[in-house]
Design a protein around this ligand. Structure first.
Ligand code: IPD
Ligand code: CA
Ligand code: CA
Length: 272
């Protein structure tokens, strides 16, 4: 098992980086922004994404100069043609300076900083920070997680009819349709349905039980690593739509309490 002191120190560093980046994001939220397209009109970036990433990378690199960093706004970060990513062995940071850039551009106040840490390809620790609400999730697998400094309890099993279903939409029409089909098979079994526009926030909301199920089919490791570590830290489960355990690098994820996931998987695959 990884040394708990090492993980605690790492979560502290990630929290500091998330707070500093969050400060900058908050300050620039009401300022005019330069918006550019990355891979088409649905994939946006602003000067704030880049500036916030620089703040985070400076802090991580100063403390851990030997660690590898996979960061969204680095031009050399790419998946393979199926949307899956190869994660190097050893210590790897996964940084999404603003998860929910489209919301940020439209001044829709749902976005966050997401900083995950993986060891040998497995999510080990994560910090997610919502700068507008000053809400911070932090934790490590095996050590538990906290919300604004208060320890989070293990996830509770709830019947689907008392649970909130939450999903996000990728940019690709085929994957959007796939998610529509998933929502179609689940929506009438859940209490209600939400889509936030920030995958990391959706996963953080699972960790502190604001929503009970999260799904998305077009995500990168920097969207997912932090939330995945937080969910595992509170006893949640992560699967891919094929029903196997989700692995870092896979772009499709379903997350929740193990019993919620089992029930939902049965409905998605038409066996319940
Ligand atoms: C996006 C958000 C969104 C998801 C998109 C992601 P970004 O990340 O997580 O919820 O639906 O697929 O690209 O671009 O805002 O960092
Ligand atoms: Ca993202
Ligand atoms: Ca982003």
């Amino acid at each position: 098992m990884t040394d708990p002191e090492f993980l605690e120190e790492l979560v502290e560093t990630a929290s500091l980086a998330a707070y500093r980046a969050g400060e900058l994001i908050r300050e620039q939220y009401t300022q005019p922004r330069q918006v550019k397209q990355k891979n088409g009109p649905r994939d946006l970036v602003t000067q704030t994404d880049k500036a916030a990433q620089d703040v985070i990378l400076d802090i991580i690199q100063e403390k851990y100069p030997d660690h590898f960093i996979l960061a969204e706004e680095n031009p050399d970060s790419h998946p393979d043609e199926d949307g899956n990513w190869t994660i190097p062995d050893g210590p790897v940071w996964m940084v999404d300076p603003i998860d929910g850039t489209t919301n940020y551009v439209f001044t829709l106040p749902m976005f966050c900083v997401s900083i995950g840490f993986a060891l040998d390809g497995k999510p080990a620790a994560g910090v997610i920070y919502d700068p507008l609400r000053d809400e911070l999730w932090a934790g490590a697998v095996g050590l538990g997680a906290s919300f604004n400094g208060k320890e989070l309890p293990p996830l509770e099993a709830r019947p689907l009819e008392n649970s909130i279903l939450c999903v996000d939409w990728g940019h690709n029409p085929v994957l959007r349709q796939e998610m529509f089909d998933t929502v179609d098979s689940l929506i009438h079994h859940f209490q209600t349905f939400r889509s936030l526009g920030s995958a990391a926030l959706g996963l953080a909301y699972v960790a502190n039980q604001r929503v009970q199920f999260y799904g998305a089919y077009a995500l990168a490791p920097y969207d997912l690593a932090a939330g995945a570590a937080l969910i595992r830290a509170v006893g949640g489960n992560l699967m891919n739509p094929g029903g196997q355990p989700w692995q870092l690098g896979q772009s499709k994820i379903l997350a929740g309490h193990p019993a919620t996931l089992d029930a939902a998987m049965g409905l998605i695959n038409g066996v319940s």
